[in-house]
Design a protein around this ligand. Sequence first.
Ligand code: AMP
Ligand code: MG
Length: 310
Amino acid sequence: MQPAEPEQLRRSQLMMGTIIEIVAYGQDQNLLESAISAAFDEIARLEKRLSRYHEDSDVTRLSKSSTGGEVAPETAAVIALGLDVAKRSQGAFDMTLGRLKAVWGFDKEAPSVPDKNAITDALQGIGPQAISLDKNRVTKSSPQLMVDLGGVAKGYAVDQAIRVLKNHGITSGAVNAGGDMYLLGQHPERPWRIGIQHPRKQQGTVATVEIRDKAVVTSGDYERYFEQEGRRYHHIFDPATGMPARLCQSVTIIAESVALGDALATAVFVLGPQAGLKLLQHYPETEGLVIAADGTAYESPGWKGYRAKP
Ligand code: AMP
Ligand code: MG
């Protein structure tokens, strides 16, 4: 007798400021249903801890406190990973840009270019040294510092959603949070094939990769931006200037975990193709594809190993 065709279940929800899509394969529709629903519950739980838009999240409490405080182990894990990338990227990745983000108003209806003084003020005291972590205790170096985990939290949540799917016995599936994704196991008939969004052509791709049990994360200047006097202003900031980083259109990272891929995609975006791909050498098992500001594509040496066979 032929084994039954695996069932597929696909669900999406608006969470963490993006559409999160989960797909799982298996023989038992009820199991798929409960696994996916538990994975969404886990993302919701993490969002409450990690989002600056929740009044009693760890992030909001840290931002309001003058010296820091205790955080949940999950928050500590995200901050530890972010601090490592912050240090290795010489501060290109920076979780203390909360005030800068607020000044630009990307969360509001009509963001606009802030005046120079507001930017200079928002950059006061920021940097990889501005917060430190000892077990679950975070210390802030100055009271006005605001924490923003927006460059890494989504990735962490996707990792944890995958963990929940696995705990339910799912061996084939995927979680995609607006370009931060993990591909679990094997697509039923073939490896997962992921088309990487072209930063300037809405329907186009810049590459297609074949992935199994890995994260694929893209940061792009097309995700959230506005235009003023013919210039594009987007949501990934260069902490050195307080302005949107200018060297890339998009960065895609393949990594073991989505959290690491997420932080690295943001960091490499700020550093640009040369310094960015150099940063990846510190992290084994990571590869990157950078589309520079002029549209030129740069790849890390091992990227070609993932390219889909035509
Ligand atoms: P991503 O889409 O992962 O590249 O993250 C962009 C988000 O990360 C922004 O919306 C900010 O919340 C935050 N962010 C912006 N610039 C940086 C930076 N240089 N380092 C860390 N996080 C950043
Ligand atoms: Mg990121």
